[in-house]
Design a protein around this ligand. Structure first.
Ligand SMILES: Nc1ncnc2c1ncn2[C@@H]1O[C@H](COP(=O)(O)OP(=O)(O)O)[C@@H](O)[C@H]1O
Ligand code: SF4
Ligand SMILES: [Mg+2]
Length: 366
């Protein structure tokens, strides 16, 4: 089956007045099928937002796609389209929602008018008809009393309700793909869960694909079909959600898992990955994760690891699996042991555990 979206060798560069251009996203390839939820995960600064923005052609000024990049949507390469042609896709077939609805909504315009404008931008309907559809959309995204709320201003709504309004605006064009960039990061935990459930419900009822961008691996379990873990502009690991939670192959993915808070966890300090994601102009030679990796071997400091299969539909970019017999990790002892491959647990068990948010590492044994 041809995927709905096929991104090949996505490279995004920023030109500078002096010096060579900075590459911020460096050869990212992935697919999203119709109705599928794919999660793009990684710490801040890994290139997730730029990847999402590139799809409907919304890159910030100064950012450019490489000539080798292809973004095929239903067979059409969006990377080669003019600004005019892209408008037919933006909002209509590919919609986006962002972390902070307050900055995306117009503060001096009633929310109903903003939704109606989005409807009229994509469909030829009267103002009255657009208002009726806006009320219906508000109801669909779970806002109580939509007939009253349609005349509210953004500041009269809670953070969760504003995000629901943003989702209603995104749905106005009846998109086939929704790119949700940290849609719940600014919200309370209970509201987060409600918004994620709403997205899931809408995905099913509208047969919409979702690219869920998040720094929080914990919200992915039971929600995404597949996960792409990004680090410093590249894909570190990608697999089905069940496989990734059962057998994370990349030390960075393991570090992300280890830093998920757990209800049943000890009261001590939560483990975190030491250091921060390097800026694109400071990416180290070799594996870009090596200054933070607990299991560095000689090759890691010299050669960038290729993204290669570790199991069926499971790819990782890491030299550790290919270490020579007797070759030892040079990371600190305890951390190195934590990152060593662990015994597999049966997939069926994992699927059950994956539904319980982020509890898998605890159950895995050495
Ligand atoms: N407008 C911009 N100009 C220059 N660099 C940028 C710009 N936007 C993003 N970047 C750089 O690209 C990298 C990836 O950014 P982004 O996609 O926003 O990361 P993420 O969403 O994973 O936090 C960051 O390190 C950032 O410094
Ligand atoms: S083992 Fe080497 S290649 Fe793998 S993540 Fe660590 S530094 Fe990178
Ligand atoms: Mg971002």
């Amino acid at each position: 089956m041809t995927p709905l979206l096929e991104v090949t060798d996505l490279r995004i560069t920023f030109r500078r007045d002096s010096g060579p251009p900075i590459v911020a996203v460096d050869g990212v390839s992935f697919t999203v099928s119709a109705g599928e939820v794919v999660a793009l995960v990684g710490e801040s600064g890994c290139g997730k937002t730029l990847t999402g923005l590139a799809l409907p052609g919304l890159l910030p000024p100064g950012a450019e796609l490489d000539a080798t990049t292809h973004i095929r949507f239903n067979g059409t390469d969006l990377a080669g389209l003019s600004e005019d042609a892209l408008r037919g896709y933006r909002g209509r077939r590919i919609a986006m929602i962002f972390q902070d609805p307050l900055t995306s909504l117009n503060p001096v315009m009633r929310v109903g008018t903003q939704i109606a404008e989005a409807i009229r931008a994509h469909q030829q309907v009267s103002r009255g008809e657009a208002r009726q559809r806006a009320i219906a959309l508000l109801g669909e995204v779970g806002i109580a009393d939509p007939e009253e709320r349609v005349d509210s201003y953004p500041h009269q709504l809670s953070g969760g309700m504003r995000q629901r309004v943003m989702i209603a605006i995104a749905l106005a064009g009846e998109p086939e793909l929704l790119v949700a960039d940290e849609p719940t990061t600014a919200l309370d935990v209970t509201v987060q869960a409600q918004i994620l459930e709403l997205l899931d419900r809408l995905r099913v009822s509208r047969r919409m694909a979702v690219l869920l961008i998040t720094h929080d691996l914990g919200i992915v379990a039971g929600r995404a079909d597949r996960v792409i873990v990004m680090y410093a502009g590249r894909i570190a690991e990608t697999a089905t959600t069940v496989a990734l939670f059962a057998t994370p192959a990349h030390p960075y993915t393991r570090g992300l898992f280890a830093s998920i808070p757990r209800i049943e966890g000890s009261s001590g300090r939560l483990p975190s990955i030491p250091g921060t994601v390097p800026r694109p102009d400071q990416w180290p030679i070799g594996c870009r994760f090596h200054p933070r990796c607990p299991v560095v071997i000689a090759n890691c400091r010299e050669v960038q690891p290729p993204l290669e299969a570790v199991a069926t539909s499971h790819l990782a970019a890491c030299w550790w699996r290919r270490r020579r017999p007797g070759e030892h990790a040079t990371g600190p002892g305890r951390r190195a042991r934590q990152a060593l491959p662990r015994r597999r647990i049966p997939q069926r068990q994992c699927a059950r555990r994956a539904r319980r948010r982020g509890c898998l590492l605890r159950h895995r044994s050495r």
